[in-house]
Design a protein around this ligand. Sequence first.
Ligand SMILES: C[S@@+](CC[C@H](N)C(=O)[O-])C[C@H]1O[C@@H](n2cnc3c(N)ncnc32)[C@H](O)[C@@H]1O
Length: 501
Amino acid sequence: MYTEWSKGYYVGSAYTGGFYPEHTPVSMAWAALVSGTAPPPHEGAFTYLELGCGFGETALAVAAAHPKARVVAMDMNPDHVVAVRDKASALGLDNVEVYDESFAEFQHDLRADYVASHGVISWVTDQVRQDFTAMLDRTTNAGGLVYISYNAMPGRAAARVLQRLIVDRLQHETGTDLQRLEKAMSFAGRVAENSYFFKNHQTVARYLDQTKKRPVAYLAHEFINGAWDPLWFEDVARLLEGARLSWVGAADSVRSVGSLSTPRSLRPMLEAIPDRLHRQTVRDVLLDTGFRRDLFGRGRRSMPPGGQRRRVLQTRFCLAEPRDQCKLDVVVPAGEIRLHDEPYEAILDALAEGPRTGFSMVGPVDEDAEQIFIGMLVLVAVGYAKPCLTVVPDPEREQSIRDVNLRAASQIDDEAVRLVSPLTGHGRRLGRFDALILRGVMEGREDIPRFAAHALHEAGQQLILDDMPVVDPEELVPEFRKLETRFHERIRPLLELDGML
Ligand SMILES: C[S@@+](CC[C@H](N)C(=O)[O-])C[C@H]1O[C@@H](n2cnc3c(N)ncnc32)[C@H](O)[C@@H]1O
């Protein structure tokens, strides 16, 4: 399960893939701006680095969305690195470097403007966290931003008991690592049903319920590690101080807007705490935070007075959800709230016509600018709008992203493919049959269901229909006709929203 080189981290099987929008440059830049920090530029050439990238889906999407950027991904697990390299070459991405090294070993010559590490530092030992921080110190550019996410205290405090129960139980089960883990998980479930501890700590029972639905490959990396340490925010901030990094703010857009992230009744208590780091600790205790995404910066870029508002209004935005699904009643961490009709209906209607800057929606009156400024912070936070990759449309970049998407949709052996939005750089997952239909649409095929059925057959895919293996691809055509109808009704509108079609 562990080896000398893995330093207590589980390497018995590979992890699962995942795309995390919060650590794309556009989202990191937005989160910095919302917290009042000017982000480094990301429209031209810059360097992006991911530590502990796993299958690297986010790093690959960043490389596709920013063709002029240098994207560096690293992970000590060679199975992960091989997968990322193969995928980069299948997608035709020549701006990605992937290294199979540990944080302690990594000595390449680079200074990154955007650095990210998702789901790593609370699953490794103290020593590895020190190596991680030293690597950040060597590789972060002055003015650069660093995203990290981790299991947090106090919300995961009691979950340590669950992790301990699972890891101890593994020693008493038989089979492969994953079989033993499955048995240990169901044993933990039986214990939980009868346990006073789980009754007294409902959050752990809920955590177990949520996690046991995840694929076992994910659970292995979640639970079977030598170290499992939910971290206090202030300890993380102190650790990263060692790399001359200071806290910028929350990296998730909803948490960075105070009125949406904290119930009104708790705000006076927090506002009375002058130290912004300690305020976070108290907030975590008040809200029982169990997972955090934070943004740190090396050196602060000053913004002139009014700079934040101006930069927000200069940003180009697009809708993140179909217009008719953007209801003004929203559920946010602060509770259920209703957005005022003005200015939200007008902004949403304007964005429904196509991406536009905040300034283009500002009317003649001075207060309008403030309304649109606040309106955009809120609409991004509730997930109805997204900042775009570029302020003005960049047809060349959009075409290059569509080319990558076409290559992704042509990966016929993959269960699902990850497409990249030419507008936002965010990813969208598509099952392989839908991907085939998309490929038919992008290539302008006349009879897409027939094209899809034959493409699968020619790729040697063995398919089963009504419990019988399909020998003649024509048998699949009626199935693909149904899928094509569903694609146009449900999937195409989302892809159009993303600018993929
Ligand atoms: C839970 S996975 C997260 C992967 C990826 N960030 C994601 O969220 O999909 C943690 C990753 O950190 C890597 N890792 C753990 N310790 C490491 C070390 N000392 N040096 C480099 N990578 C490490 C593991 O191999 C694993 O891929």
